[in-house]
Unconditional design. Structure first.
Length: 207
């Protein structure tokens, strides 16, 4: 019997790459793409999709690396509480460092790291220093004033505008992080706010 393939990784890579690049063109060639889920070793997807390559998302980023900057987000509270990932049994800050190393092994550099909802937590400051010693650019974003109900305050210089603008050079900016609640969406929207103030009609999408 001929074995049927449940998931075609090559077709996935081809179509996803084209779809992302097409989306970039719709927004002044500046798209912030929130990249959720596991980038490497996605064994859950492999269990439910026969033939799925657990590292296909990393292969996708590798195909896009010449057109994409990577921003890694991590929530300061997760660092302070030493939150542990249930699947790997490591803390979120360790996981962030591991992800940076994994990306580099695939020839992909992280442009910068954002510590979100930062309030001078001691452990977060230690983590920031550790990253900077590795010559990684680190930004800190505080809790967004008015979030989530006061839209006028959120979308103002006191809300998203209070966050430091993260400089990027490429048309696609992939925003990722270890686990949920890392501040990926807030970082994307904050960046879009700053881009619009600079006259760039940037877009947002979730992968």
């Amino acid at each position: 019997m001929q074995k049927k393939v449940g998931f075609d990784n090559d077709k996935y890579l081809k179509e996803q790459t084209q779809a992302i690049l097409d989306r970039v063109k719709k927004f002044d060639n500046k798209l912030y793409l929130e990249f959720g889920g596991k980038i490497v070793f996605d064994y859950h997807a492999a269990r439910v999709l026969p033939g799925f390559d657990p590292n296909v998302k990393m292969r996708l980023l590798q195909k896009l690396k010449d057109k994409a900057d990577i921003i890694l987000c991590i929530y300061a509270g997760d660092i302070e509480r030493r939150k542990v990932r249930a699947d790997f049994g490591i803390t979120y800050d360790t996981d962030a460092l591991k992800l940076i190393d994994d990306l580099r092994e695939w020839g992909i550099d992280v442009a910068s790291v954002v510590i979100t909802r930062f309030d001078n937590q001691p452990a977060a400051k230690i983590f920031k220093n550790k990253l900077e010693r590795r010559n990684i650019r680190v930004y800190t974003h505080a809790f967004t004033k008015g979030y989530p109900t006061d839209v006028d305050l959120i979308v103002s210089d006191e809300g998203y505008g209070a966050n430091e603008y993260i400089a990027t050079n490429k048309p696609l900016v992939v925003v990722t992080g270890p686990g949920p609640g890392s501040g990926k969406l807030a970082t994307c929207l904050s960046q879009c706010y700053h881009e619009y103030k600079r006259g760039v009609k940037a877009g947002y999408a979730k992968f």
